[in-house]
Write a protein that binds this ligand. Structure first.
Ligand code: ADP
Length: 162
C-alpha cells in the first residue's frame, strides 16, 4: 500500500490546499492530512477547528484521513509507513523553504521522498494569510475558500483578528 502525508498549518484550509489534496489522493492508496501542532506559530484557528474544516471539505475523498501531530513530519511518516511527503510549490520563496525542509526530513528518513506539486493557475498566489488579509478588509473570499466553511472562516477571522 502506497501511503503519503500532506503536512501543513491549514490556518485555514484553502482551495489551494484542496487542489493539492485531490491530486495527491489520486496518486496514493492512502493520504494523511497532517495538521501540525506548532506551539511557536500563532494560529488563528484551533487544531480541532482546522481538523473539522478539513474533514468537511474532503468528505468525498475516501482514501484520506485527517490527523494531528506535534512530532517531526519525517518521524510521523516513518511511524505510519508513508513513502512520501507532499508539498505545494507556489513560488521561489516556497522553493527556498522546501529545499531545506527536504534535506532536514531526508536526513531523518532517507527512504521517505518529498513530492512537490505545482498549484493550479488560480491558486498560485493563494495562502492562508492572504485569506485573513482579505477578510479583514471585508473582501469576498468565495474564489479561495470552500463554500461549506466560508461563513465560519469569515466569522472566526473577524472575531479573533480584531
Ligand atoms: P502556508 O505555507 O501558506 O502557511 P501551510 O503550512 O498550510 O500554508 O501549507 C502546507 C503546504 O501547502 C505547503 O507545502 C504549502 O506550500 C502548500 N500550499 C499552501 N497554499 C497553497 C496553494 N495555494 N497552492 C498550492 N500549495 C499550497
Amino acid at each position: 500500500m502506497r501511503i503519503a502525508i500532506y503536512p501543513g498549518s491549514f490556518d485555514p484550509i484553502t482551495l489551494g490546499h484542496l487542489d493539492i489534496i485531490k491530486r495527491a489522493a489520486k496518486l496514493f492508496d492512502k493520504l494523511y492530512i497532517l495538521v501540525a501542532i506548532n506551539k511557536k506559530k500563532n494560529s488563528t484557528f484551533t487544531i480541532d477547528e482546522k481538523i473539522e474544516m478539513i474533514n468537511l471539505v474532503t468528505k468525498d475523498i475516501p482514501n484520506l484521513e485527517v490527523v494531528k501531530s506535534e512530532d517531526l513530519v519525517s518521524k510521523y511518516a516513518l511511524r505510519v509507513g508513508a513513502c512520501a511527503i507532499i508539498r505545494g510549490l507556489r513560488n521561489f520563496n516556497d522553493y527556498q523553504d522546501e529545499i531545506s525542509l527536504f534535506h532536514f526530513n531526508h536526513s531523518i528518513a532517507p527512504d521517505v521522498e518529498t513530492l512537490a506539486l505545482f498549484p493550479s493557475a488560480n491558486n498560485l498566489f493563494l495562502s492562508s494569510s492572504s485569506i485573513k488579509e482579505l477578510v479583514s478588509f471585508d473582501a469576498d473570499i468565495s474564489d479561495y475558500i470552500h463554500k461549506d466553511i466560508k461563513d465560519f472562516v469569515q466569522k472566526v477571522i473577524k472575531e479573533r483578528l480584531k
